[in-house]
Design a protein around this ligand. Structure first.
Ligand code: GRF
Length: 203
């Protein structure tokens, strides 16, 4: 007999930092959701993401450079948790090619700018918002995209912008963008999971 939740699309959330997006994804998880966070993976043992997962009793996996790239073991761990989709939420390591191949079109990333602007290597966190400010942009925003082998260049599935102005500090810009992330990432993930569940695709 199937256990409750067996039909839900299982997510592994990869996060290195505060984990505020992970929190929102978990807070939005309800009886009506199409997804369930089944595993939290991090390269930082004391990241906010790992600590929050521990609080909720969600399985976690710590990886270092070596174990992130150990194909057999990592794939086995994801299979053990029946992972269907990988969600990157502030994960600061390069995703190995074997994962991109195995989870083709099933890895999502969120980026705090209106890609293709302010994307690519070195463009993360405060660097993004500082560059946006330096260029006197009138708007910023966030982008959710499929992950492929090139940094921040996979197919965009959702983008939303917000107005900013020259009086705002880069921190204020970042905070405004983060609000958009919190509002939309869980919804986009839910829609994405629903599509995958409806198509009933096996990996
Ligand atoms: C977010 O700004 C996200 O766009 C970027 O990393 C940050 C993660 O923040 N990829 P948090 O750890 O979820 O608070």
């Amino acid at each position: 007999m199937n256990k409750p939740g067996d039909d839900l699309v299982k997510l592994a959330v990869f996060a290195s930092g505060n984990g505020s997006n992970l929190r929102k994804i978990l807070e939005s998880q309800s009886a009506k959701s199409s997804y369930k966070v089944a595993l939290v993976l991090s390269n930082k043992r004391d990241s906010g993401a790992i600590l929050y997962a521990h609080e909720l009793g969600i399985p976690t996996l710590f990886v270092n450079n070596e174990t992130l790239n150990a194909e057999l073991e990592l794939v086995q761990a994801l299979e053990d948790h029946q992972i269907d989709i990988i969600i990157l939420a502030g994960f600061m390591k390069l995703i190995p090619k074997f994962l991109i191949d195995r989870f083709k079109n099933r890895i999502l990333n969120i980026h705090p700018s209106l890609l293709p602007k302010y994307g690519g290597k070195g463009m993360y966190g405060h660097f993004v918002h500082e560059s946006v400010k330096l260029n006197n942009e009138s708007k910023s925003g966030m982008t959710i995209h499929i992950v492929d082998e090139i940094y921040d260049q996979g197919r965009i599935i959702f983008q939303v912008s917000c107005r900013i102005n020259p009086t705002m500090s880069s921190e204020e810009i970042g905070a405004k963008v983060l609000q958009l992330e919190h509002c939309f990432y869980p919804r986009v993930i839910n829609g994405f999971a629903k599509t995958i569940a409806q198509k009933n695709i096996d990996i």
